[in-house]
Design a protein around this ligand. Structure first.
Ligand code: FAD
Length: 512
């Protein structure tokens, strides 16, 4: 074992070596990694912190639920913390690396069985290693009339990890936490529990009904460290007879702010089932490196952005949504959409009117079951491999929209970063998803990105906003924003269920 291995906190090298031998006896020698070279994919992060603060001591790759239970049992015996990942693509939130150095990553990618897809009920039951691409191929090969909802990092990520981190997709079922149904979980003491109807022998309605009987505990396993999820039920969208993607565009923030209210009302009235509202620079950044746009100091000024937009033939603000149903339903709903957008001063464009626009096609694909990797172009914008998502949550109101844009854009500019952002507008809330792209190879710039994120948290908290999800560098600070009572409650649960603190210490700022 190499000397620069970072050991789990409190363990001697001899104890760690013994633990590794015990894990190897369960999952096989090759499925426990301690070589630094082979740990690289689990150590590489994009967030603005030193990799060594998140370097795992080892990686265990189980194949079965029985393996996971035995590994958890040994973790209690040897006091080795385990950081579970499903497909490990949590880019911009910490990737596959743990919250604190020395934890052992338990990588569930070999547990990748699609156990069932029921086309009639529109449900699936999958293991954690299943990727969206794998599930989509399964559905297509069988010509099943089902569409997946996936994040923009789509094909290579997976539904279990994404959902557990409260990820977001873009079709009717885009709020993933609201559309999983039934979990199988290995608890910190090694017990195996199936939630909701899964507790009933035979579990006939496990993927049909979310609530079961007694306290609904499923939420306890999301963004938490109270168990390792080994199976998840999913609700899938039935492929509609037709769909129609359209865009509404504005060049001024006042119009876009009215657009937020229109989108919210259309969602509250069940006319729209998904919607996003993006700023022009986000789309441009997916396609063009920053050096080709601007070489001045600091963030790109608004007048330059206006010129970039003019040259690209793009508006500054751009809402996209998709209607689903029969042609008749779509025609009726599109009429309602037009009436709703009319007072906002939007120009409304249908697919034919937009023409061959790569970014429009990307979002249309996201809303109609076709994932792609278009947004990975973001990483060429600044270069240097730095990326962190800042995602505050706000009520879907015009005033909050303007306040959010102002707060975030001004703070980013204070640290020299561009505003690359969009809003996912729900029925009552909106997620303001902002990418801070920075050069990780430049120490000063990385520190600046860290300070920028920190200040963004602060100014948002002062205005009553907080992020709904964060990266492994900021989990404590975000937990503090949510207040001492929630922190104490979470710790009480943690101590009761995981007294040895073996599952993901530090996740969401929760320690035993
Ligand atoms: C270009 C780009 C666009 C993106 N767009 C989106 C987007 O639209 N929506 C979105 O939500 N995200 C987005 N992301 C962020 C991220 O890539 C996705 O959320 C991705 O789905 C997360 O990775 P994963 O699915 O591999 O989950 P993992 O990395 O496997 O898991 C995420 C976290 O969940 C927990 N976890 C995972 N598995 C288990 C388990 N079995 N038991 C207990 N806890 C577990 C762990 O804490 C883990 O760190 C984007 C990233 C990029 C680079």
């Amino acid at each position: 074992m190499n000397d620069s291995v970072i050991l789990p906190e409190g363990l001697t090298k001899a104890e760690f070596t013994k633990a590794i031998e015990a894990f190897r006896a369960v999952v096989g020698v090759d499925n426990v990694i301690v070589d630094l070279d082979r740990l690289v994919p689990y150590t590489k992060i994009m967030i603005p912190e030193d990799e060594r603060l998140h370097q795992p001591s080892a990686v265990i790759i189980p194949l079965t639920v029985d393996h996971v239970q035995k590994v958890v049992g040994l973790a209690n015996q040897y006091k080795t913390p385990l950081w579970p990942i499903s497909t490990g693509r949590n880019f911009g939130y910490g990737s596959a690396a743990p919250a604190t150095a020395g934890q052992i990553v338990i990588d569930l990618r070999r547990m990748n069985r699609i156990i069932e897809v029921d086309a009639e009920m529109c449900t699936a039951l999958v293991e954690p290693g299943v990727t969206y691409e794998q599930l989509r191929n399964y559905i297509e090969e069988r010509n099943l009339p089902l569409w997946l909802s996936f994040p923009s990092s789509g094909p290579i990520a997976g539904p279990v990890g994404n959902t557990l981190d409260r990820g977001i997709g873009y079709n009717r079922y885009g709020e993933h936490m609201a559309h999983f149904c039934g979990l199988e979980v290995v608890l910190p003491n090694g017990d195996l529990v199936r939630t909701a109807m899964g507790g009933v022998k035979g579990g006939a309605a496990w993927q049909a009904y979310r609530w079961g009987y007694g306290p609904w505990v499923d939420g306890l396993f999301s963004q938490s460290n109270l168990g390792i999820v080994t199976k998840m039920g999913l609700w899938l969208m039935r492929k509609p007879p037709a769909s129609m993607t359209f865009t509404a565009v504005w060049n001024h923030i006042e119009g876009a702010a009215k657009g937020v209210e229109a989108l919210r009302n259309l969602r509250l009235n069940n006319v729209l089932e998904n919607s996003l509202l993006g700023h022009v620079l986000y789309g441009v950044a997916c396609e063009v490196p920053r050096t080709a746009l601007y070489n001045g100091a600091g963030a790109i000024p608004d007048e330059v952005i206006a010129e970039i937009a003019r040259k690209a033939g793009a508006p500054i603000w751009n809402a996209i949504a998709t209607l689903y149903g029969t042609q008749e339903q779509i025609a009726v709903n599109f009429k309602i959409v037009k009436e709703a957008f009319e007072p906002t001063g939007a120009i409304l464009l249908t697919e034919d009117q937009v023409g061959p626009n790569r970014f429009f096609r990307h979002w249309q694909g996201a809303m109609t079951g076709r994932p792609d990797l278009v947004e990975f172009g973001l990483y060429n914008y600044r270069g240097g491999g730095g990326s962190v998502w800042f995602s505050p949550l706000a009520p879907a109101r015009a005033e909050d929209f303007k306040k959010q844009v102002g707060l975030v854009k001004t703070t980013l500019a204070e640290f020299g970063f561009d505003y690359l952002a969009g809003f996912l507008v729900g029925g009552r809330h909106m997620e303001h998803v902002c990418e801070i792209a920075f050069d990780r190879t430049d120490g000063e710039e990385m520190q600046r990105a860290y300070r920028c994120y920190d200040k963004l948290l602060k100014v948002n908290a002062e205005a009553g906003y907080a992020v709904y999800r964060t990266n492994t560098a900021f989990m404590n600070k975000v937990a503090d924003i949510y207040g001492p009572a929630q922190k104490k409650f979470n710790q009480t649960l943690k101590r009761a269920l995981d007294p040895n603190g073996v599952i993901a210490p530090g996740k969401s700022g929760i320690f035993a």
